[in-house]
Design a protein around this ligand. Structure first.
Ligand code: G16
Length: 594
């Protein structure tokens, strides 16, 4: 701990990093995100805010991640992890915004007092940063501000966002799910985090080889991992070795061909961050990523994963025989994961009827492809809840509605949350299955389900953890990306962005499917959708053309989404929606064209 709040140093920092005139910073979808040159005043103020948040939780550690995730290299930002590893509670966002805009220490302390918040003896903040060239300087500024305020700092250096959230969760024993309470070792949090993922991955794979009595050696499966030239690229190269070490040392009987071999490409420095590579590019542009890494190897494009810049999102894809992209986005991941969970819970219910009372379900956003929602409801037969864009909304909804709640945004951000009742089920299953064979189907289901809370990040969506979860499910099912992709066909869709003078003039309804103002905008969008529906080949509800617009909370742009029965129609609807936004909301710059 630093000695006491150092008022002189705080005043110096706040004065030196003053708020530029006529600037108003706002807490967005996932914290603060701006051009990096605008960030220092926010960093100083939000570091103090984070310390106060920790104080309000009686000294429970919270986290600050310096990253602008999927944005271009010149942007940077701050994500705040609450002590439970999740996002900052929404009720605290207004105070964060007020803090980011407060001129001096007196005003900061007035805002804090108004919110019943005061510095405490124990204020602990974990810090992490991504690989942007300005992130080191910004994290040092955050550390300096925290120390001046009297907070203790735990600096994790270069980490992925989900690893930072995991570290925060792991350091707050009160919030840890049962599954994480044991297994603690003397190793660093990051090592423990990766070990926990890999250990449970290997255990999950081993459930397929229950029928084998000896090790069988085949060629290894391999996956290309496009790390978006971001921080995930520093971690993926460690994973192959960790998998091998774990498999050798654990004594788990495993068909070694089941282990995936990862070939990481687009590492930091290989190319520009998030530019024509990574999850955001592949999913939004529906294009294969550029591979910047120089290599003599012939790269396997049959099985590819793309991370975003801070590795909290993942999408999978392949290049088909015609060189086209086959995309498995967050919706497809939701379908794969939720079907797997339902199957295993059902298999367990034969021996443990309590399993039937577990509420499983999915949370999606308005961006979910209509076909995925229809498939989840009609084929998987699971409950689907639509929430607002942003982890803070989908995570909360999954927690609230389900005992096993899966959420995946179409952009690849997601995880599965296991509630208290799920852990009761595991305990009951252990008692019921004690005398059954390990090859009994219910027993296998129990072996599979019980490793999931350690494999799947319980704090936040996580590209590394989701990579192993998806790979294990595909392996257990004996599927490749094509088999998976054929579960249902996506409705053709198009996403684009338009710049306007002030995007905050657009307001939407609760689940963002309609603009509530400007009022003429939704009327015009409805008219465009109606006109297209009249000419649609089918009247089925799932195939009705659909478009919506919403202001981004991470970029200075309005996002547009359209889906229809053909790519031509989806493009036409997106073009029309973009033109309407441009006209009715004072557009600037260029209109998108396809
Ligand atoms: C963040 C959030 C995601 C959200 C995305 C886009 O992702 O964590 O939940 O979907 O922004 O938000 P918006 O459409 O408001 O710009 P990331 O990976 O950039 O941190």
């Amino acid at each position: 701990y630093p000695e006491v709040p150092n008022t002189n140093e705080l005043n110096r920092l706040l004065k030196h990093f003053s708020i530029p005139p006529k600037t108003k910073f706002t807490y967005g979808t996932a914290g603060f995100r701006y051009h990096h040159e605008l960030l220092p005043p926010i960093i100083v103020r939000i570091a103090i805010f984070a310390a106060l948040r920790s104080s309000s939780l009686d000294g429970e550690p919270v986290g600050l991640m310096i990253t602008a995730s999927h944005n271009p290299e010149q942007d940077n930002g701050l994500k705040i992890s609450d002590s439970n590893g999740g996002m900052l509670p929404i009720e605290w966002e207004a105070m964060a915004t007020d803090f980011a805009n407060a001129k001096n220490l007196k005003l900061l302390m007035e805002i804090a007092a108004k919110n019943n918040s005061q510095p405490g003896k124990e204020m602990i903040v974990h810090i992490g940063r991504d690989t942007r060239s300005h992130s080191l300087h910004l994290s040092q500024l955050a550390i300096r501000s925290l120390k001046a305020f009297g907070a203790m700092v735990i600096d994790h250096g270069l980490v992925t966002t989900p690893a930072l959230h995991y570290n925060v969760l792991r350091s707050n024993v009160n919030h840890m799910p049962n599954a994480l309470l044991y297994g603690s070792s003397g190793t660093s949090f990051e090592k423990e985090y990766l070990n926990s993922i890999i250990g449970s991955y290997v255990s999950l794979l081993s459930t397929k080889s229950q029928l084998y009595t000896q090790k069988i050696h085949w060629n290894k499966r391999s996956m290309l991992v496009d790390c978006a030239c971001g921080v995930g690229g520093l971690k993926v190269p460690l994973l192959n070795q960790m998998i091998e070490e774990f498999t050798e040392n654990s004594g788990i009987l495993l068909d070694t061909s089941s282990l995936v071999h990862l070939t990481p490409v687009n590492l930091p420095g290989d190319g520009p961050l998030n530019e024509r590579c990574g999850a955001e590019y592949v999913q939004k542009q529906q294009k294969l990523p550029v591979i910047y890494t120089e290599t003599d190897e012939t790269l396997n494009m049959e099985y590819v994963a793309s991370f975003d810049g801070d590795a909290d999102r993942i999408v999978f894809h392949a290049k088909d025989v015609d060189g086209n992209l086959v995309l498995l986005d967050g919706d497809k991941i939701a379908v794969l994961v939720s079907s797997f969970l339902q199957e295993e819970i059902e298999a367990l219910s034969t021996a443990v009827p309590f399993a039937k009372s577990i509420r499983c379900g999915i949370v999606q956003t308005a961006y979910a492809n209509g076909s995925s929602t229809a498939y989840l409801k009609n084929v998987v037969k699971t409950d689907v809840v639509i929430a607002k864009t942003g982890v803070k909304h989908v995570h909360t909804a999954a927690h609230h509605h389900f005992d096993v709640g899966t959420y995946f945004e179409a952009n690849g951000h997601g995880t599965v949350l296991f509630g208290k009742k799920f852990f009761e089920l595991l305990a009951k299953a252990e008692q019921c299955l004690v005398s059954t064979s390990r090859k009994n189907r219910s027993n296998i289901a129990w072996q599979r389900l019980r490793v999931l809370p350690r494999l799947v990040n319980q704090a936040v969506g996580d590209a590394i953890s989701d990579l192993f979860l998806v790979d294990a499910i595909l392996y257990l099912k004996g599927w490749n990306l094509y088999t998976w992709g054929q579960l249902y066909s996506d409705m053709p869709s198009r996403q684009c962005k338009v710049k306007v003078q002030d995007r905050t003039m657009i307001h939407t309804n609760e689940n963002e499917t309609k603009a509530t103002s400007p009022i003429q905008l939704q009327m015009a969008l409805d008219a465009a959708m109606d006109a297209m529906a009249k000419n649609s080949p089918t009247g089925r509800q799932a195939n009705r053309p659909r478009a919506f617009v919403r202001p981004s909370g991470t970029e200075d742009a309005v996002r547009i989404y359209a889906e229809a029965n053909s790519q031509k129609d989806a493009d036409a609807l997106a073009t029309e929606a973009a033109a309407l936004v441009y006209k009715l909301c004072n557009g600037t710059g260029n209109l998108p064209s396809f």
